[in-house]
Design a protein around this ligand. Structure first.
Ligand code: FES
Length: 170
Protein backbone atom coordinates (compact mmCIF):
# COMPACT_ATOMS: atom_id res chain seq x y z
CA UNK A 1 0.00 0.00 0.00
CA UNK A 2 2.79 2.40 1.03
CA UNK A 3 4.67 1.39 -2.03
CA UNK A 4 1.66 2.15 -4.31
CA UNK A 5 1.22 5.54 -2.64
CA UNK A 6 4.92 6.31 -3.07
CA UNK A 7 4.77 5.31 -6.73
CA UNK A 8 1.72 7.51 -7.21
CA UNK A 9 3.56 10.46 -5.57
CA UNK A 10 6.58 9.94 -7.87
CA UNK A 11 4.31 9.72 -10.88
CA UNK A 12 2.48 12.95 -9.98
CA UNK A 13 5.77 14.72 -9.25
CA UNK A 14 7.11 13.55 -12.61
CA UNK A 15 4.04 14.77 -14.51
CA UNK A 16 4.14 18.16 -12.76
CA UNK A 17 7.86 18.44 -13.58
CA UNK A 18 7.26 17.73 -17.27
CA UNK A 19 4.39 20.25 -17.44
CA UNK A 20 6.44 22.98 -15.73
CA UNK A 21 9.37 22.22 -18.03
CA UNK A 22 7.14 22.51 -21.10
CA UNK A 23 5.77 25.86 -19.89
CA UNK A 24 9.32 27.24 -19.44
CA UNK A 25 10.32 25.93 -22.85
CA UNK A 26 7.35 27.54 -24.65
CA UNK A 27 7.78 30.91 -22.84
CA UNK A 28 11.55 30.91 -23.49
CA UNK A 29 11.07 30.03 -27.17
CA UNK A 30 8.57 32.89 -27.60
CA UNK A 31 10.88 35.41 -25.96
CA UNK A 32 13.86 34.39 -28.08
CA UNK A 33 11.72 34.72 -31.23
CA UNK A 34 10.63 38.19 -30.14
CA UNK A 35 14.29 39.13 -29.65
CA UNK A 36 15.19 37.89 -33.13
CA UNK A 37 12.36 40.02 -34.50
CA UNK A 38 13.70 43.07 -32.66
CA UNK A 39 17.24 42.50 -34.03
CA UNK A 40 15.87 42.20 -37.56
CA UNK A 41 13.92 45.43 -37.13
CA UNK A 42 16.98 47.24 -35.78
CA UNK A 43 19.04 46.10 -38.74
CA UNK A 44 16.38 47.16 -41.24
CA UNK A 45 16.19 50.57 -39.61
CA UNK A 46 19.97 51.05 -39.94
CA UNK A 47 20.31 53.87 -42.42
CA UNK A 48 23.19 55.53 -44.19
CA UNK A 49 24.89 58.16 -42.07
CA UNK A 50 26.94 60.94 -43.59
CA UNK A 51 30.08 62.26 -41.93
CA UNK A 52 30.08 65.98 -41.11
CA UNK A 53 32.71 66.72 -43.82
CA UNK A 54 34.17 64.29 -46.37
CA UNK A 55 37.28 62.80 -44.77
CA UNK A 56 40.34 62.57 -46.98
CA UNK A 57 41.99 59.18 -46.57
CA UNK A 58 44.71 59.26 -49.22
CA UNK A 59 45.20 58.97 -52.95
CA UNK A 60 44.72 56.05 -55.32
CA UNK A 61 48.46 56.04 -56.14
CA UNK A 62 49.48 55.90 -52.50
CA UNK A 63 47.94 52.50 -51.70
CA UNK A 64 49.08 49.52 -53.81
CA UNK A 65 46.70 46.71 -54.79
CA UNK A 66 46.23 44.45 -51.80
CA UNK A 67 47.34 47.30 -49.51
CA UNK A 68 45.49 48.96 -46.67
CA UNK A 69 45.45 52.20 -44.75
CA UNK A 70 43.90 53.03 -41.39
CA UNK A 71 42.00 56.25 -40.83
CA UNK A 72 39.48 57.78 -38.45
CA UNK A 73 35.79 58.44 -39.05
CA UNK A 74 34.25 61.39 -37.20
CA UNK A 75 30.97 59.59 -36.59
CA UNK A 76 30.29 56.17 -35.17
CA UNK A 77 28.46 53.51 -37.21
CA UNK A 78 25.25 54.29 -35.29
CA UNK A 79 25.45 57.92 -36.44
CA UNK A 80 26.46 59.36 -33.07
CA UNK A 81 29.40 61.82 -33.05
CA UNK A 82 32.82 60.50 -32.07
CA UNK A 83 36.00 59.03 -33.49
CA UNK A 84 35.83 55.53 -34.91
CA UNK A 85 38.70 53.48 -36.35
CA UNK A 86 38.38 52.46 -39.99
CA UNK A 87 40.33 50.69 -42.73
CA UNK A 88 40.66 51.41 -46.46
CA UNK A 89 41.57 48.46 -48.72
CA UNK A 90 42.78 48.51 -52.32
CA UNK A 91 41.29 45.29 -53.67
CA UNK A 92 43.22 42.96 -55.95
CA UNK A 93 41.85 42.70 -59.52
CA UNK A 94 39.65 39.58 -59.05
CA UNK A 95 38.03 41.02 -55.93
CA UNK A 96 37.70 44.47 -57.51
CA UNK A 97 35.90 42.88 -60.45
CA UNK A 98 33.45 41.11 -58.13
CA UNK A 99 32.94 44.22 -56.01
CA UNK A 100 32.61 46.60 -58.96
CA UNK A 101 35.02 49.02 -57.22
CA UNK A 102 38.75 49.09 -56.55
CA UNK A 103 38.62 50.58 -53.07
CA UNK A 104 36.48 49.57 -50.10
CA UNK A 105 36.46 50.77 -46.52
CA UNK A 106 35.02 49.40 -43.31
CA UNK A 107 34.94 49.98 -39.60
CA UNK A 108 38.18 48.39 -38.38
CA UNK A 109 36.68 47.63 -34.96
CA UNK A 110 35.97 43.92 -34.66
CA UNK A 111 32.36 43.34 -33.63
CA UNK A 112 33.43 40.61 -31.22
CA UNK A 113 35.52 42.45 -28.61
CA UNK A 114 36.76 45.54 -30.42
CA UNK A 115 40.25 44.55 -31.63
CA UNK A 116 41.53 46.20 -34.80
CA UNK A 117 41.05 44.08 -37.90
CA UNK A 118 43.50 44.02 -40.80
CA UNK A 119 43.48 42.94 -44.43
CA UNK A 120 45.33 39.69 -45.20
CA UNK A 121 46.51 40.22 -48.73
CA UNK A 122 47.48 36.56 -49.32
CA UNK A 123 44.19 35.11 -48.07
CA UNK A 124 42.06 37.99 -49.40
CA UNK A 125 40.13 38.31 -46.17
CA UNK A 126 39.82 40.80 -43.36
CA UNK A 127 41.04 39.16 -40.18
CA UNK A 128 40.92 39.95 -36.50
CA UNK A 129 44.19 38.96 -34.76
CA UNK A 130 42.58 38.50 -31.33
CA UNK A 131 40.37 35.43 -31.77
CA UNK A 132 40.59 34.71 -35.50
CA UNK A 133 37.38 36.35 -36.69
CA UNK A 134 37.30 36.59 -40.49
CA UNK A 135 35.29 39.02 -42.61
CA UNK A 136 34.48 39.26 -46.32
CA UNK A 137 36.50 42.18 -47.83
CA UNK A 138 33.67 43.10 -50.20
CA UNK A 139 30.65 43.05 -47.91
CA UNK A 140 32.12 43.01 -44.39
CA UNK A 141 30.04 39.92 -43.55
CA UNK A 142 31.40 37.43 -41.04
CA UNK A 143 33.02 34.42 -42.75
CA UNK A 144 34.04 32.56 -39.61
CA UNK A 145 34.98 32.95 -35.97
CA UNK A 146 33.27 34.58 -33.01
CA UNK A 147 32.21 38.02 -34.35
CA UNK A 148 28.43 38.30 -33.98
CA UNK A 149 27.90 40.97 -36.65
CA UNK A 150 29.45 42.20 -39.91
CA UNK A 151 31.78 45.19 -39.87
CA UNK A 152 30.02 48.21 -41.28
CA UNK A 153 31.02 49.40 -44.73
CA UNK A 154 31.92 53.02 -45.47
CA UNK A 155 30.82 54.96 -48.52
CA UNK A 156 33.75 56.34 -50.52
CA UNK A 157 34.13 58.99 -53.19
CA UNK A 158 37.16 59.42 -55.43
CA UNK A 159 37.65 62.80 -57.12
CA UNK A 160 39.07 63.46 -60.57
CA UNK A 161 42.66 63.72 -59.32
CA UNK A 162 42.48 60.49 -57.32
CA UNK A 163 41.84 61.71 -53.78
CA UNK A 164 39.83 59.17 -51.79
CA UNK A 165 37.23 60.46 -49.34
CA UNK A 166 35.03 58.74 -46.79
CA UNK A 167 31.59 60.33 -47.02
CA UNK A 168 29.52 58.25 -44.64
CA UNK A 169 28.47 54.85 -43.35
CA UNK A 170 26.97 52.72 -46.10
S1 FES B 1 37.96 40.61 -30.90
FE1 FES B 1 37.93 40.05 -32.98
S2 FES B 1 37.57 37.94 -33.00
FE2 FES B 1 37.53 38.51 -30.89
Amino acid sequence: MISRRRHLRWFVTGVVGVVVGLIFYVVGFRQSNEQVGKTETTRLEETKTKVSEPIIIGTVKEIPRGGQKYFMMDTKPDGSPGQHRAILIHLQPELAERAGVEFVAFSSVCTHMGCTVNYKEMDKIIECPCHGGRYDPITGKVLSGPPPQPIRRIELKIDEVGNIFAVGWD
